[in-house]
Design a binder for this molecule. Sequence first.
Ligand SMILES: [Zn+2]
Length: 108
Amino acid sequence: MAYKDVEDRKAYHRNWYAQNKSQRVKQIIAYQEREREKFLEYKAAQECKICGYRRCIRALEFHHLESETKEATINKMLHHKASFRKLQKEIDKCCVLCANVIENCTKV
Ligand SMILES: [Zn+2]
């Protein structure tokens, strides 16, 4: 249904949301879970660029190559339920390193 009046349209959407809230929330949660699965599948196919480590994906991190272009950490974006498309855009600015390599780099 098309409304020419902006306030009528807003009222229609508010009313629709109130009547369909639980279904809509389930759809959003399902979408966020699918996006997270895509990310985990992508990460599972990665390996450390220095030593080739790939046994445990929890030990792999996305390390930004240039801090000037960094918008957010991948972990922070995951926490905020970013879509895989947005994550991929940020991942393109990173290289994958294992925890051992990162630990050795930060000790210096
Ligand atoms: Zn490594």
